[in-house]
Design a protein around this ligand. Structure first.
Ligand code: ATP
Length: 210
């Protein structure tokens, strides 16, 4: 089975996340995409993050009705700081072909991730690129620690020495961020059309971000 993993804080999940997952699922013919809310993100600990149960509940509401989308509470259950490598190693036992979805900005900092070099032995990556992306391109996109193991196979397709692939994919990046959504809620402003209506309702009912 060919599956994608989409990790994130998802505080809250929004239409920007859903749209890119939809496009990637279609382009790569992924049978499932697992949305995996992190328990405690290693990189974002200087603000109060909503309870992982609330973030997971919003993910579940948001993906309802899309048969390709599913969620996993693997990091929520594990608790503590979430490391993608741990999740990937569990998932690779279950599924033949794994694709880790990651934005190009996050990918350019992947050398700050826990045991980042090992990641390239356990999963393929789909690096989501905005059409107007201005950052590094080609092999220069890879951190120096892994660059020497990467080989260009085709336009936007690279192979690691392990046989795992890194594929660049252009996506529609909607200009939506969870940060702005939280600020809008806090300021009493509407978040309609930025998140699914079920998520909007959940935020109201649970009085999140106030
Ligand atoms: P925050 O504003 O709190 O930093 P966020 O909106 O960036 O949150 P995350 O949960 O941190 O959301 O994102 C999870 C993943 O989704 C990351 O890889 C991020 O690059 C990607 N992402 C976030 N917003 C968008 C968007 N509008 N379009 C496409 N991808 C996005």
């Amino acid at each position: 089975m060919k599956v994608g993993i989409f990790g994130g804080t998802f505080d809250p999940i929004h239409n920007g996340h859903l749209r890119v997952a939809e496009e990637i699922g279609e382009s790569f013919s992924l049978e499932k995409i697992y949305f995996v809310p992190v328990s405690i993100p290693p990189h974002k600990s200087n603000r109060k993050i909503s309870d992982v149960e609330d973030r997971l509940a919003m993910v579940r509401l948001a993906i309802k009705g899309n048969s390709r989308f599913t969620s996993s509470d693997i990091e929520a259950r594990r608790g503590g700081v979430s490391y993608s490598l741990d999740t990937i190693q569990v998932m690779e036992k279950k599924f033949k072909e794994l694709y880790y979805l990651i934005g190009v900005d996050a990918f350019s900092e992947i050398d700050t991730w826990h045991r980042y070099k090992d990641l390239f032995y356990h999963t393929n990556f789909i690096v989501m690129v905005r059409p107007n992306h201005k950052g590094r391109s080609g092999l220069m996109m890879f951190p120096t620690g892994v660059r020497k193991y990467m080989k260009r196979l085709d336009d936007g397709i690279y192979e690691h020495g392990s046989g795992r692939k890194v594929c660049l994919q252009f996506v529609t990046q909607l200009d939506i961020s969870a940060t702005r959504i939280r600020a809008s809620v806090n300021g009493g402003k509407s978040i309609r059309y930025l998140v699914p209506s079920t998520v909007e309702k959940y935020i109201k009912e649970r009085k999140l971000y106030q």
